[in-house]
Design a protein around this ligand. Structure first.
Ligand SMILES: [Zn+2]
Length: 72
């Protein structure tokens, strides 16, 4: 599972949603209920956080799969 950032294309609401497996398609905007959402990547790492200096999210990278700032 991963905590993902979304932005709603309908109302512009930004929110975080805890997503399990491939259930990204089931995420709805908490404000207007729209499923027209955009994933936001801010280089944050939700996997393998170790506090090291590698990657912009400070992750070790070995188990990171959702971090756009991670070289892995
Ligand atoms: Zn919305």
């Amino acid at each position: 599972m991963a905590l993902l950032d979304f932005k709603c294309n309908e109302c512009g609401e930004k929110f975080e949603e805890l997503v399990f497996g491939g259930n990204v398609d089931k995420v709805r905007c908490p404000r207007c209920g729209s499923n027209d959402l955009k994933r936001i990547y801010e280089g944050k790492c939700y996997f393998g956080i170790s506090g090291s200096s590698s990657g912009s999210g400070g992750c070790s990278g070995s188990s990171c799969r959702s971090c756009s700032g991670c070289s892995n």
